[in-house]
Every structure is written in structure tokens, then in C-alpha cells.
Ligand binder design. Structure first.
Ligand code: ADP
Length: 404
């Protein structure tokens, strides 16, 4: 079965085209600068054929029509006709408390995506535009499935998702912890269970998705029971450009100092984290180089980033009363040898001992354990594959199974 997976942003569409159930990627591509004077589109197939286009693309409907043309291109495409595409999977950021898994898209679900746009204004509207465009271009016969970043965290209990605000804030405005990166947390937890030979619903783990955005989750019996991101992706770990946890009174203080709410929003989301502390870069690779060369604030940014991870490891070990493994993924988790060392050193008292030799070679898409044989809690590097997980869910739903 051939399945097309879309990740629609406000001016871009990323896509991957899968053969399921093998999970083979037949083609992948990206359309950028939709709605601007000139858009770029490119596609690569598994057999190495490439297409690059530059032309004005007015909206998502035109972009998907262009993707159809590239996929079916006689010389450099991947398939003869779109009749071969049996389903589409879409990444959707926010499903709030209304969805707990991937679902077939109907009018009711579109309304849910719209309703939660308020909480994900940069993501849900383009996600929905992409879904509508995909339906229009591919026709009603091709089922469309939505996979939500929030869904895996729907199992978090009340005591972990409620903020200690007046209860009516939750009742009136749905203010609570939702969590994000759920597709990735779930994918790596399932993979780790496979790697360790543990039933996926018996795995107790701490998962850390460390990319441009970073979040951690406590997974008990295969289900998320807590996560570091909250109402929005701002809470929790230090990220490339986001603060993560900080005293909210800082906001009132800055307001008093003459800053406007929108400036503070920009500071917290775009100018903080690694870039804010170092003043140099939001990229861990750059900062490691600069730290080596003696730049103090580069080292400080990396130390603060690692220290926050360590605090969450301790906190989630307490939440879970111990666990089978800590899993790291995302660009930093999968490649950041020095960052992994920084975050997990001096945790022997909690049962974590990193093996430097194993840690050093676990890069570039390799997965495996990086702890010593006598480490009570294993640390595993597990490369994530969110698009693959979306294709898997879509396949499961279309074949009459359930996605989890
Ligand atoms: P996104 O969240 O956009 O998908 P990624 O998961 O690709 O991002 O992660 C991007 C981050 O991964 C970069 O900001 C960089 O800091 C980090 N990274 C990539 N390669 C390395 C490496 N070799 N060592 C340390 N960090 C790395």
C-alpha cells in the first residue's frame, strides 16, 4: 500500500511517500515559499532521481497539485499514476484533550483542529489548510488520517497535567499541560521496547527528544504519564531559542520595565535558550566548537542545557519509581556525544553509568545502548522517525487496525 505523509507549515509542505507495510521511503520532497513571489520545490526518489522546480505557487492546493506532478513525473517521478496512492497521513500539532490517537479525518475532526488553533496558532491553521487541499486535489476516495503531536500525552493524569492555577482557568480556557513531540516519544519508546525485548505496554522509560525543540516524557507501561512541554512548547527543557522553565514573575517584571507582551513572547520563544545564553548560536555543534576554543558563554549555554536534562531525569525517575531505560533522540540526542556525556555524568547514585566508548560511536543514525554493562538504568540512543510513525498509523487505520 502506498501512503503519502504530509507535514504542512504556513508556507511549506514536507512530504514523504511510503510503501507500507515495509516502511520503505519511495520518495521525499519539500515545497517552500508557498504564496511568495517564487517558490522552490524539490523531490528525491529512492532510486536517486531528482526534480528541482522554481515557480510561483500561490497556495497549498497548488503546492499539492505540484507534488502530484512530481510524484508522477514520467522521467524522474516515483509512480505512474496517483491511483496508486491509497491514503494520506498528516502531522497535526494540537488535538488538545479531544484526541488520544491518530484518527481518520472527517468534518468533526476538522472542527477539533480548528478549535485548538487558538493554542497552536502557527501550526494548526496550516495543518488544516493542508488537509483540505489534500482532500481537494486527491479526491474523496483517498482516506486522510491525522496524527497529533499531543495524542501520546493524552494519558497523562490530572495531577500531572493541571497547573496549580484557579481551577476555572482550566474550565474556562482549557489551560493545562498538553505536551508535544508525542509521535516521536511514542515511536522511540516502542523501538526501545523492541530493542530490550520488553512488551511495549510494560516498558517504563524516560524519553528525551532533543532537536531544535526539546522535550522529555515519563512513560509508564508504555503510556505517557508526564511530559516537560506544557500548554505550549515553551515549558520544560532549555531549547535552541526557547527558555524552557523559568519564573513567570520575570514576565511581570519585564512588563514593569517597559517591555510589551509581544516582545516578551519573542524573547522567550526566539531569543532565549542556547542562543540567548551564548549570544552565538542555537546549534549544539557550533557551541561545542566554540566551547572547545575557550568561549565561556558557549560552554555555559551547553552546561545549562545539560543540567536541565539532568533535573528532569531525576524528577521522572521519581515519578516512575525507577525505569528500564532513558532514551535520547532528535538531532542532539542522536549525535551529541559530548552533550550526552554532560547530561548523564555523575548520575551513578541513580543507577546511570555512561560507557564512553559506546557513547562515542553512537552517531549518524545508529541506535543502541551507551551505558556500561552494570548500569542499572540503560541509556539508549534511538533515532526517531516521525514520518514513518505517521505512515504506520495511517496504514494501521486503513487496514482496519488501531494506531498506538
Ligand atoms: P528539528 O527539531 O528541527 O527536527 P533536529 O532533530 O534535526 O531538529 O535537531 C537539530 C539540532 O541537532 C541542531 O540544532 C544541532 O544542535 C543538533 N545536532 C545535529 N548534529 C549534531 C552533532 N553532530 N552534535 C551535536 N548536535 C548536533
Amino acid at each position: 500500500m502506498k501512503i503519502l505523509v504530509f507535514n504542512c507549515g504556513s508556507s511549506s509542505i514536507k512530504y514523504q511517500f511510503y510503501d507500507m507495510p515495509s516502511g520503505k521511503v519511495i520518495a521525499k520532497g519539500l515545497v517552500q515559499r508557498i504564496g511568495e513571489k517564487m517558490a522552490d520545490a524539490n523531490q528525491k526518489t529512492e532510486s536517486g532521481k531528482e526534480i528541482k522546480i522554481q515557480m510561483p505557487i500561490a497556495d497549498h492546493e497548488e503546492a499539492i497539485a505540484e507534488i502530484v506532478k512530481m510524484l508522477t513525473d514520467k522521467d524522474n517521478g516515483a509512480i505512474k499514476s496517483m491511483a496508486e496512492v491509497e491514503a494520506c497521513g498528516h502531522r497535526v500539532v494540537h488535538g488538545g484533550d479531544a484526541v488520544s490517537g491518530s484518527v481518520l479525518i472527517d468534518a468533526k475532526l476538522e472542527k477539533i483542529i480548528e478549535d485548538f488553533s487558538d493554542l497552536a496558532p502557527l501550526h494548526n491553521p496550516p495543518n488544516l489548510i493542508g488537509i483540505k487541499a489534500s482532500k481537494k486535489v486527491l479526491g474523496d476516495k483517498v482516506p486522510q488520517v491525522a496524527c497529533f503531536d499531543t495524542a501520546f500525552h493524552a494519558s497523562i493524569p490530572e495531577k500531572a497535567y493541571l497547573y496549580a492555577l484557579p481551577y476555572e482557568m482550566y474550565e474556562k480556557f482549557k489551560i493545562r499541560r498538553y505536551g508535544f513531540h508525542g509521535t516521536s516519544h511514542r515511536y522511540v519508546a516502542r523501538k526501545a521496547a523492541e530493542m530490550l525485548g520488553i512488551d511495549k505496554y510494560k516498558l517504563n522509560a524516560i524519553t528525551a527528544h532533543l532537536g531544535n525543540g526539546c522535550s522529555m516524557a515519563a512513560v509508564k507501561d508504555g503510556k505517557s504519564v508526564d511530559t516537560s512541554m506544557g500548554l505550549t512548547p515553551l515549558e520544560g527543557l532549555v531549547m535552541g531559542t526557547r527558555t524552557g522553565d523559568f519564573d513567570p514573575a520575570i514576565i511581570f517584571y519585564l512588563l514593569k520595565k517597559g517591555y510589551e507582551a509581544k516582545d516578551i513572547d519573542g524573547i522567550c520563544n526566539k531569543k532565549s535558550g542556547l542562543i540567548g545564553i551564548s549570544g552565538l548560536s542555537n546549534d549544539v555543534r557550533d557551541l561545542e566548537e566554540k566551547a572547545k576554543a575557550g568561549e565561556k558563554r558557549a560552554k555555559l549555554a551547553l552546561d545549562i542545557f545539560a543540567y536541565r536534562i539532568k533535573k528532569y531525569v531525576g524528577s521522572y525517575l521519581a515519578v516512575l519509581n525507577g525505569c528500564d531505560c532513558v532514551i535520547v533522540t532528535g538531532g542532539i540526542g542522536e549525535n551529541g556525544v559530548t552533550m550526552r556525556k554532560r547530561a548523564f555524568e555523575n548520575l551513578e547514585a541513580l543507577g546511570i553509568k555512561i560507557d564512553d566508548a559506546k557513547n562515542a560511536v553512537m552517531v549518524g543514525g545508529k541506535g543502541g545502548e551507551i551505558t556500561t554493562a552494570d548500569s542499572k538504568v540503560k541509556v539508549l540512543v534511538v533515532p526517531t522517525n516521525e514520518e514513518g510513525a505517521i505512515a504506520g498509523d495511517t496504514y494501521a487505520l486503513i487496514s482496519g487496525g488501531s494506531a498506538n
